[in-house]
Design a protein around this ligand. Structure first.
Ligand SMILES: [Zn+2]
Length: 189
């Protein structure tokens, strides 16, 4: 389990990780004030919507190329989500250094500190900041550990948009990469 950092009374930082290995016994790593969610619901659970139309920003050392980035954003546009723009490795507003990059989905390489505490089979981790009263997401940070496998960036952007894990076989939001797939059921805006 990972710790939720409670920033103020009604604001929560939610943290998710995507695992590669199918046979570890970790349960859902969803941590928040919400009750534990059942393993499989009818639809992928969604806890919030963006307060702003988000910009996707790939930071300097993030291990993802521009083509993969654009294709992951296009996947979510196909589901009806809007993005202000996508910026690849240019950071004139210094959002990559910001702790609270409001309006942005910022994609980073994992920090050394995170790398040390991450399980070895963790591929990526997404943090997003939710106002629990309005259910509005204010910012999100995606940390990629390695050049993402197929679907990893799409999955993490799914978290950044407010979706939780949905452990239906072959679903994009399955918490284990190896059991997931491209099934987009329930992801339309
Ligand atoms: Zn995940």
């Amino acid at each position: 389990m990972r710790t939720a950092h409670i920033l103020g009374l009604t604001r929560f930082l939610l943290i998710f990780a995507l695992f590669l290995c199918p046979d570890t016994t970790q349960a859902s790593n969803f941590v928040s004030n919400f009750e534990t969610l059942p393993a499989v619901e009818r639809m992928p659970p969604k806890v919030g919507t963006w307060k702003y139309t988000p910009t996707v920003l790939i930071c300097e050392y993030a291990p993802v190329d521009e083509i993969k980035t654009r294709s992951a954003v296009a996947f979510w546009q196909d589901q009806g989500f809007k993005f202000f723009t996508t910026i690849y490795k240019r950071d004139s507003l210094n959002k990559c250094k910001s702790d609270t990059p409001a309006g942005f989905i910022v994609v980073h390489l994992v920090t050394q500190e995170m790398h040390k505490r991450m399980e070895t089979d963790t591929l990526a981790e997404t943090h997003f900041y939710l106002d629990n009263d309005t259910k509005e997401i204010e910012w999100a940070k995606i940390y990629l550990r390695v050049e993402p496998y197929e679907r990893v960036l799409e999955h993490e952007i799914g978290h950044a948009l407010g979706f939780l894990h949905y452990n239906k076989e072959k679903h994009l939001m399955h918490e284990r990469w190896i059991s997931g797939g491209w099934d987009p059921a329930g992801l339309k805006r």
